[in-house]
Design a protein around this ligand. Sequence first.
Ligand SMILES: [Zn+2]
Length: 176
Amino acid sequence: MQWFWLVCLRVLSFGVLKFRVFVRGVVLKSCVRGKGFSSAHFVVLSGKCERLHGHNYAVECEIEGKQDAEGVVFDFIELKKQLNKTTEQLDHKILLPANSSDIKTTKTKTGKQQSVEARVNEKFYSFPLEDVFFLPAKTVTAEELAKFIHSKTRMPSGKTLLVRVFETKTSWAEYP
Ligand SMILES: [Zn+2]
């Protein structure tokens, strides 16, 4: 059998070169795209608060590892099930950061209605609590969403997972 070495170079956002080396025939890569989700968010960048807006997020994963006895790196159906279970929690929700120092959130109850106020300085929004998903992060970015989805996806040992979250067709973040 003839062996090929494939070396991939990636330039990360902070300028560090990262190498990925595969021996074709030993380590394989599988890619899966989940259902995606549509959500609203806003971020505070350099002290400036964006307006509330939404994205139709797309999610895809790459898994690297050896083929199992059945010839697959990881079961596509199982992976899609895991991805969709996670993204269903985010779909049609207002995404707020659970650990932000810029966006202060307060829960209130008026009669049967529970709501969340999200405040940045003098500006605030009020949402029904049931429409909100608190992302365990300081900010709601594609990077943090990729990290969150990665943390919720279970992989057997020996398989590595990369999660990519697209805000648009031309803007995305991946983790790790
Ligand atoms: Zn956005």
